[in-house]
Design a protein around this ligand. Structure first.
Ligand SMILES: *[C@@H]1O[C@H](CO)[C@@H](O)[C@H](O)[C@H]1NC(C)=O
Ligand SMILES: *[C@@H]1O[C@H](CO)[C@@H](O)[C@H](O)[C@H]1NC(C)=O
Ligand SMILES: *[C@@H]1O[C@H](CO)[C@@H](O)[C@H](O)[C@H]1NC(C)=O
Ligand SMILES: *[C@@H]1O[C@H](CO)[C@@H](O)[C@H](O)[C@H]1NC(C)=O
Ligand SMILES: *[C@@H]1O[C@H](CO)[C@@H](O)[C@H](O)[C@H]1NC(C)=O
Length: 366
């Protein structure tokens, strides 16, 4: 009898020891304090994947728009990559971000992390950097020396939404040859309506220039080529001739260094220009991966396709069913005749091809 009791005791002790051991093995130190007492599931952190950095710069009335962008990245992260959002923003906006993102981390534990940074410029000649343009517009040009611990990142404007997993665009890094350090999409597909080819008074990349709203950056390589020195000297030489700030600087830089740029297809930065007159982005093989409501199109009725997608994402509650709570309301909005008849609305099925496939596949499996 006594023996049996001791035996049971030993077993119990062993079990407790094992439980404690597995607890420590499975925790990352940075998360340990927050995960105590929670059920730990399979997730990106535990598999030890390196984080995919997504960087955004938010000034003015763009906090909500930025949060909707972040939500779309989390929603479409079906490959369970570990996402790390870095948000550069003005004084006074941090709390709003922190509050929402902390809520979302409760809903989607371990899938992402975030960092909120004040607008920052390289120390040394901060004044010169700050006065280059408006601080917010210039910010992204200085990421290589501000994020020195980061190898690579995806920079996006606040007015973009993901319609595909981040891993999809991230794979372009692997396609770079030895000289390429950044990837962008063309500013335009068509000479007749292109801006740079008709109006620019400075050199620009390629036939029609590049759009800078979605930009893969290998910071390691950008640091190696002394990117920021190039930026400053280009600014000195061209400042009286540039209109679109940082995007023009980037175009001038890659005009002189075309071997350093990888060009992604238009469906990675799909804008109203691609459908407002006629459909000029060939999506036959893929559908839109990243949509960009530039010039305020997410908030206007000029091409309701853009506003409909934005609003469906804004209304979607993270953690709820993406099929019934995001896709279905979106398709309902797109079938309203005034939307369906608009020139961008007409191609909505092509635009949403990936989003439909990714989400419906997900919900077939579940
Ligand atoms: C960026 O470039 C560096 C240096 O060439 C390389 O070691 C690194 O793997 C690249 N990063 C990515 C994500 O491809
Ligand atoms: C990399 O690709 C670019 C664009 O095609 C090209 O200009 C450059 O010469 C290539 N670099 C190497 C090392 O092949
Ligand atoms: C669009 O892309 C597909 C597949 O890459 C190609 O077969 C087709 O010719 C392209 N269409 C146009 C109009 O460029
Ligand atoms: C949208 O309009 C096209 C014709 O313009 C029509 O064939 C299609 O059925 C309409 N779609 C919806 C969902 O109403
Ligand atoms: C949409 O287009 C169809 C024909 O393509 C037309 O019959 C219908 O009246 C239009 N609806 C609206 C709201 O413009």
């Amino acid at each position: 009898m006594v023996n049996k009791k001791q035996h049971l005791h030993m077993c119990l002790l062993c079990l407790i020891a094992l439980a404690i051991l597995s607890y420590f093995v499975h925790q990352r130190p940075s998360l340990a304090t927050e995960t105590k007492g929670k059920v730990v599931g399979y997730n990106a952190v535990q598999t030890g994947k390196p984080p995919l950095y997504i960087v955004v710069v938010c000034c003015g009335q763009r906090v909500q728009e930025t949060l909707v962008m972040i939500k779309s990245a989390i929603l479409f992260n079906y490959d369970e990559e570990y996402l790390k959002f870095v948000i550069f923003t003005e004084d006074g906006k941090g709390d709003e971000f922190r509050e929402k993102l902390t809520d979302w981390r409760e809903i989607k534990p371990f899938t992402f992390d975030f960092e909120i940074l004040p607008l920052k410029f390289p120390s040394g000649n901060e004044v010169e950097w700050r006065n280059l343009f408006k601080p917010c517009a210039a910010q992204r040009l200085f990421l290589p020396s501000l994020l020195t611990h980061v190898d690579s990142l995806l920079y996006v404007d606040t007015d973009i939404l993901f319609l595909s997993p981040i891993s999809d665009i991230w794979r372009f890094f692997k396609k770079f040859n030895e000289t390429q350090m950044s990837a962008l999409t063309p500013e335009h597909e068509n000479e007749n309506i292109g801006w740079y080819n008709r109006f620019a008074r400075h050199p620009f990349y390629g036939r029609l220039g590049v759009n800078s709203g979605v930009m893969l950056m290998n910071l390691t390589r950008m640091r190696e080529m002394k990117w920021e020195q190039h930026i400053v000297s280009i600014h000195k030489e061209y400042k009286l001739r540039i209109i679109w700030g940082d995007q023009d600087i980037i175009n001038i830089l890659f005009y002189y260094h075309p071997d350093k740029l990888y060009i992604m297809p238009c469906e990675y930065n799909y804008r109203p220009d691609h459908c407002m007159y006629m459909s000029i982005c060939n999506m036959t093989h893929a559908g839109v991966k990243v949509i960009h409501g530039n010039r305020g199109y997410f908030h206007s009725d000029r091409q309701p396709l853009f506003k409909s997608i934005y609003e469906a994402m804004e209304n979607y509650q993270l953690g709820s069913n993406a099929n019934t709570d995001f896709l279905m309301p979106l398709h309902a909005a797109l079938s309203i005749p005034s939307v369906n008849n608009s020139s961008c609305g007409k191609v909505s099925n092509e635009v949403l091809k990936v989003a439909n496939a990714v989400i419906s596949k997900r919900y077939r499996e579940v």
